[in-house]
Every structure is written in structure tokens, then in C-alpha cells.
Design a protein around this ligand. Structure first.
Ligand code: GDP
Length: 458
């Protein structure tokens, strides 16, 4: 295959930057542009060795930068091909000049994800592992990163491998009954096959279900904080953000003044919507309109309604309460530090049948209880443990769903005493659906589509 090259570090300036090359002629190309301090023949250089030297302009022989080059010899590299990584200084101009030299010397510019695609095509990792790499890079929460790392280690692949084996086992049973009809073992076989298919289906269903948790990990619970002006929204937001272990990141594609912000507290990822609007109220620039929040309510997966507990309910509160009736909502009675919150006993609140918690946003008390409540509401208990295999990828979920449907069809076929070779066809469908996850049988279009989402240099 051609030798490809790309800048692998993020754009912008940094301490160091990395240019990667991969392909059969990688070292010959490198030789044209890299002058090591201590000359050595490529045969003498071992894999995983680092050499110090300079990158030069091939035409003028001028030095471009002082660098360290790591050598990876096939097959022991990311792509399984000959590879090198040039560690230069991290200026974007320098990086581009070095990349330019690689291209002049015979490399071609890598496409996004091409290094990982080669690792897949060369059989070092399967497709689900390749996809986990992009998830790992894009992870917004520590738990999501952990789930992706496990997938990279091959956990999902192993699980699917086990299911595949059971499927092949069933197919062997079926073969036997087709090959030796004289033994009249069909009845027994049918019963056994049905039991085995049921078991496989259960395992697949469990995987499919894990996607709900996986999705929360990946995207966060879309949360709206709503309340009248002065109820304590921005104080609550600050209390959440001040939480020691809160990891805050802007949602992709938005800027500092983003309207959505991901916060992870105690492993619970919340995607807070319209935080910019709430922040503004602090600066008294613009009070967020309840109207606007009510609109956001429609899409929210969790509504946190905050009420000033020291005051009686007003029309506006009642209007909001009306709107959250059918929603996943938590009601916070704020300002408990001021003493008795008589609202707690308000009949109107109680009959909503929503969790009502007393807090002090200003002092940060009661916030812990709120997290516990969220864990309970979204059944996130298993987020705290790392034991379960989580599906975080919609493509995988869809394939698993297809496999489940094929299992159901097979069950029906058996129950209706249809010819066993029909079951064999349906089992093959299950195999194929699962094969698309690991990439054993997957079209080139899908492969291209997957790797297009990668960044350059990965
Ligand atoms: P927002 O308009 O809903 O964002 O409300 P703020 O967070 O700006 O709070 C309005 C006022 O209530 C401010 O003066 C806060 O200091 C005060 N406040 C907020 N939370 C508490 C609380 O828990 N206890 C007390 N005593 N005052 C609070």
C-alpha cells in the first residue's frame, strides 16, 4: 500500500506536534528528509526506537526543525505497517512544512481515519474496536471513555464472538438433522435449538438495552433548569459547576457562550441546556424568560424546577408546574437556609407526584440528594459500576436489533414446525447482522462512512 502521512496532533500551537507516516516505503521517505545525529542503517534500527536529528528541506538542505523520530517496524505498529512518528515543535507552520517534505519525498496525504482504517483492513483490530477509538477520542465523560476503552480492548468483540459460537453450534445441530434424517432426531433437535435461540436472544436483548445507558453516557441527560427570576437558577448552576469533581465541557461545535454544557458529577452526565441564558441573569444583562425555558422543556429529558421556598406559589410557578406534569422532573424548594419552607406541604406540589427536595443553592446543601434522585430516576445505578458491557454506538444497536428480529423469526419457524433448513437461513441472518458490527461482513460503503468521521492523522 501507499505510504500515507498526516499531522496527528490538533491544530493550533503546542509544545510538540506529531506527523505520522505509515506504509511500506515509510523509512525510505523518511531518509530523504531526516538527518539523524547518529547515522544508522535502517536494518540496524530496532522497532520502538527513537532517534534524534533534524528535518531538512530536500531542495535547499536548510533545517526546518529539530525533531525526535519514533520507529515502528511492521508488523508491530498501529497499522501493522512500517511507521514513524516525527515529534517536532508544535507550531502549525512547522508541522505543515514537515508534512510538505514528506509528501514531496513520496508520501501521499492520509484521509481522515486512514491509519485506523489500515489497522482494521490489515486485521489488527476489528471494526467495533476501530469505532471505539473515535469514541474514546470524542468521549465527554470519564465513564464513556472507560466504556470505549473496554470496547477497544475487544470486550464487545469477545461477547459477539461467544454468541457467534453458539450460533454456529446451532447450525451444526441443524446440519445434523438435515444430514441424518433417518435417525428421526428432529423433535429433540427442534427443542434444543429453540432453547439455544432463546438464550442467544436474551443476551442480545441485554446488549440492546444497555444502549439506553450508553446513550446517556455519550450524550448526557438533556436537562433544563427552570424557575421564575430570583428563584435561584444561577445559584444552582454555580453550585453544580462548583462541585469538586464536576467536569465541564462545551458541547461540540459551540463556543464558550454555548447554550449547552456537559457536566459530569459522580459519573452522571448532564447536558445542561441554555446555561448561557441562566448565567446572564447573574450579570443582570438579561433575565431568562420563563417562556423560553418552557419551549426548551419540550425536548428536555429532565426538568429541574426551582422554586423560592420561602414564598407562596405564584401564577407563574403554577403555570410551570402544569407544564411539567407529564415530564421527568424534580422540584427543588430553594433557600432552605432561611428556615422553614412551608411550601413543602403545599397540596398543589404534592399531588404532582414528583420528587420534592429542599436545597440551598447558595450554600450548596441538598445538591447531593438531587444527584441521588437522578440516578434513581434514570436507573443509572449500573453507571457507577464498570462491569456491564455497554453499547454506545447506534450502528451496533441497530445491528443487534436486526439480529433479535431474526432470532424471533427463527423461533416462530420452529414453533410452526417448518423445515429446518429455513431456520438455518435465519441463523445465517443473525450471523450476518453481528458480522457487520465486527466488520467480518460489511460493505465498503459502511466502512468508508465510519472512517470519514475520524479526524485527520488518526
Ligand atoms: P435566578 O434569577 O433564578 O438565576 O436567581 P439567582 O440565583 O440569581 O438568585 C436570586 C437571589 O436569591 C440572589 O440574591 C441569591 O443570592 C439568592 N439566593 C439564591 N439561592 C439562595 C439560597 O439558597 N438561600 C438564600 N438565602 N438565598 C439564595
Amino acid at each position: 500500500m501507499n505510504t500515507i502521512a498526516a499531522i496527528s496532533t490538533a491544530t493550533g500551537t503546542g509544545g510538540i506536534g506529531i506527523i505520522r507516516m505509515s506504509g511500506e516505503n515509510c523509512f525510505q521517505i523518511l531518509e530523504k528528509i531526516f538527518i539523524p545525529k547518529k547515522k544508522q542503517k535502517i536494518e540496524e534500527i530496532k522497532g520502538y526506537q527513537i532517534k534524534y536529528g533534524t528535518i531538512i528541506n530536500q531542495n535547499t538542505k536548510e533545517m526546518i526543525d529539530e525533531v525526535l523520530v519514533s520507529y515502528f517496524k511492521a508488523p508491530k505498529s498501529y497499522t501493522t505497517e512500517n511507521m514513524c512518528e516525527i515529534n517536532s515543535h508544535g507550531g502549525s507552520i512547522i508541522l505543515r512544512m514537515i508534512l510538505e517534505e514528506c509528501l514531496k519525498a513520496g508520501a501521499i496525504l492520509a484521509e481522515p481515519g486512514e491509519f485506523t482504517k489500515r489497522a482494521f483492513l490489515n486485521g489488527r483490530i476489528d471494526l467495533s474496536q476501530a469505532e471505539s477509538i473515535i469514541d474514546l477520542i470524542n468521549a465527554k465523560t470519564t465513564r464513556e471513555a472507560k466504556a470505549s476503552a473496554k470496547q477497544l480492548e475487544g470486550e464487545l468483540s469477545r461477547k459477539i464472538g461467544t454468541i457467534r459460537e453458539s450460533l454456529l453450534d446451532i447450525m451444526a445441530d441443524i446440519e445434523a438433522s438435515i444430514d441424518y434424517p433417518e435417525y428421526d432426531i428432529e423433535e429433540v433437535t427442534n427443542h434444543q435449538v429453540l432453547e439455544k435461540i432463546k438464550k442467544i436472544k436474551q443476551e442480545l436483548e441485554q446488549l440492546e438495552k444497555s444502549y439506553e445507558t450508553g446513550k446517556i453516557l455519550k450524550e448526557g441527560i438533556k436537562t433544563v433548569i427552570i424557575g421564575k427570576p430570583n428563584s435561584g437558577k444561577s445559584s444552582l448552576l454555580n453550585a453544580i459547576l462548583k462541585e469538586e469533581r464536576a467536569i465541564v465541557s462545551d458541547i461540540e461545535g459551540t463556543t464558550r457562550d454555548s447554550i449547552e454544557e456537559m457536566v459530569t458529577i459522580k459519573g452522571i452526565p448532564l447536558k445542561l441546556v441554555d446555561t448561557a441564558g441562566i448565567r446572564k441573569t447573574e450579570d443582570q444583562i438579561e433575565k431568562i424568560g420563563v417562556d423560553r425555558a418552557l419551549k426548551l422543556l419540550q425536548e428536555a429529558e429532565l426538568v429541574i424546577m426551582i422554586i423560592d421556598g420561602t414564598k407562596p406559589l405564584e401564577e407563574e410557578d403554577k403555570e410551570i408546574l402544569q407544564k411539567i406534569k407529564e415530564r421527568n422532573a424534580i422540584i427543588l424548594l430553594n433557600k432552605m437556609d432561611r428556615g422553614d419552607l412551608s411550601l413543602e406541604k403545599s397540596a398543589m406540589l404534592c399531588k404532582l407526584n414528583k420528587p420534592i427536595l429542599k436545597i440551598s443553592a447558595k450554600k450548596g446543601t441538598g445538591i447531593e440528594k438531587m444527584y441521588e434522585k437522578i440516578v434513581e430516576m434514570f436507573e443509572l445505578g449500573n453507571l457507577q459500576t464498570d462491569s456491564e458491557t455497554l453499547i454506545t454506538n447506534i450502528r451496533h444497536k441497530n445491528q443487534i436489533h436486526k439480529a433479535i428480529l431474526s432470532c424471533e423469526k427463527a423461533e416462530k419457524t420452529i414453533k410452526e414446525n417448518m423445515p429446518v433448513d429455513i431456520i438455518a437461513v435465519e441463523m445465517k441472518e443473525v450471523l450476518e447482522s453481528l458480522g457487520e458490527i465486527t466488520g467480518d461482513n460489511v460493505s465498503e460503503d459502511i466502512i468508508n462512512e465510519i472512517f470519514r468521521k475520524f479526524c485527520l492523522g488518526k
